[in-house]
Ligand binder design. Structure first.
Ligand code: CMC
Length: 424
């Protein structure tokens, strides 16, 4: 493709084009400031391609999501989360031997380092589990200091993916005042997490298949989503060559916000509000349309998807199945479906391309699984960890990689003389 032409202050410049494997066009402005003295202004980075990546492809107009070329619908139907970890982190689907190897590695690193369990006790039982989870990931770097070579980096990757299940489950156990349950190496990754969450020794706990399957699917659907806020944070922090744990802990912080992963918690709180308000849908859609209210329909809208979010389509179907499988009737599912119907027929939402996103139905499934609302975003993080790690590794391996350092257009005061405070 021919270079783009930019005319600035009457002078013409050529800007090279980068074309992606799905024919996405990027105008390369990396030399823009050097040649023109100008920078681009793109608040919220909505038009900025911050990297070249081979991991995840999204076409927001067509509702396409693929991990390393595989459609999310196909992966969701038949893969295990461990296979998806392999696909994202190592770049290809594992063969039988590779899958066994990864499974065994993840099993052998599940235990937390000695003494770490007592850290949980120091947090207030009212602490938000995202705060505990993020702190504990960061704390892992006190046990496993910065990796000296690739082998050690890879070991830290396994340690984190293996131990995150206990970190999340113990954050929950601490909040409900129950003893921490040791991991069991005879269980799969997802079964073991559920066991650490729900077992109350000495009582035996059999992991229900329906929970295991639902968790596997939820982790897969959340595993990666290209350059979203938390992933960009992970890359940003990692670009300074900060260690794996510091980078991932920062990712958890970014995910926590209600405009990002924290929306799954906010959706349930919103649906509860509607229920308590006698199903007054109109009040809430009206409020969402009124900018001065500060209220948005949570679980609605997406920076990239403008038609539908394929993850939400899958989750809507699965929510009904999980509830049925567990024999649970949750009025929030009906409320969610009604709200979706009303909003998607409303001009305001149609015009702006606002549809349910991944967070709209996921909370209903988590609730049915017995996961408390403030753990929802931790569940999102457990899945997304695979994506964050793959993106972090890709960033580090980029020979052209530089520290992330955006510029700004300064709008403040120009130079003025400093006047000391009159202290008399
Ligand atoms: N309810 C009401 N209006 C909305 C909503 C909403 N949920 N989302 C966007 N809008 C309006 C917004 O007010 C703006 O209107 P106008 O053009 O009149 O000013 C227009 O739609 C475009 O919105 P935007 O804020 O410029 O869009 P964005 O790409 O910056 O934000 C978003 C994307 C997801 C943050 C936003 O849609 C939102 O706040 N949604 C609710 C929170 C949510 O569900 N977040 C989870 C996102 S998916 C999971 C993840 O990956 O994090």
């Amino acid at each position: 493709m021919d270079p783009a032409k930019l005319i600035l202050d009457g002078k013409e410049y050529e800007l090279p084009i980068v074309v992606g494997s799905e024919k996405e066009v990027g105008i390369d402005i990396s030399k823009l400031r050097g040649t023109t003295g100008a920078i681009t202004a793109d608040s919220g980075y909505g038009n900025t391609g911050s990297c070249l990546s081979t991991i995840t492809f999204i076409n927001g107009e067509k509702g396409i999501l693929r991990y390393r070329g595989y459609p999310i619908e196909e992966i969701a139907k038949s893969a295990s989360f461990t296979e998806v970890i392999h696909l994202l982190v190592y770049g290809h689907l594992p063969n039988k031997q590779e899958l066994e190897e990864l499974t065994n590695q993840l099993k052998s690193h599940r235990e937390l380092p000695k003494g770490m369990k007592s850290f949980f006790d120091a947090f207030p039982t009212t602490a938000h589990p995202m705060a505990v989870f993020s702190s504990m990931i960061s704390a892992l770097s006190t046990f496993y200091p910065a990796a000296k070579d690739e082998e050690e980096v890879n070991l830290n990757v396994i340690r984190l993916l293996a131990k995150q299940a206990a970190l999340a489950a113990y954050a929950y156990k601490h909040s409900v005042g129950q003893p921490y349950v040791d991991p069991r190496s005879d269980l799969t990754y997802t079964q073991d997490f559920l066991h650490m969450m729900y077992a109350e020794p000495p009582k035996a706990y059999e992991v229900p298949e329906v929970l295991d399957e639902a968790l596997n699917l939820l982790l897969i659907l959340h595993a990666d989503h290209e350059q979203n806020c938390s992933t960009s944070t992970v890359r940003m922090v990692g670009s300074s060559q900060a260690n794996l744990y510091a980078s991932m802990s920062a990712g958890v912080g970014a995910l926590w916000g209600p405009l990002h992963g924290g929306a799954n918690q906010a959706v349930i709180e919103m649906l509860e509000m509607i229920r308590k308000d006698d199903m007054n849908f109109k009040k809430y859609t009206d409020m969402a349309k009124d900018k001065s209210s500060g209220f948005r329909l949570m679980g609605f809208g997406h920076r990239v998807y403008k038609n539908f979010d394929p993850r939400a389509t899958i989750l809507k179907e699965v929510a009904a199945k999980v509830l049925e499988g567990l024999g649970i009737e949750d009025p929030l599912l009906e409320i969610a479906k009604n709200l979706e119907k009303i909003a998607t027929e409303d001009e305001y939402f149609l015009q702006r391309g606002l549809y349910p996103n991944v967070d709209f139905y996921s909370g209903i499934i988590y609730r049915a699984m017995g996961i408390p609302t403030d753990m929802f975003t931790v569940m999102f993080a457990l899945g997304r960890m695979a994506g964050w790690i793959s993106q972090w590794k890709e960033m580090r391996a980029d020979p052209k990689g530089r520290i992330y350092r955006p510029r700004q257009v300064y709008m403040g005061e120009t130079q003025r003389p400093f006047v000391p405070v009159d202290k008399r």
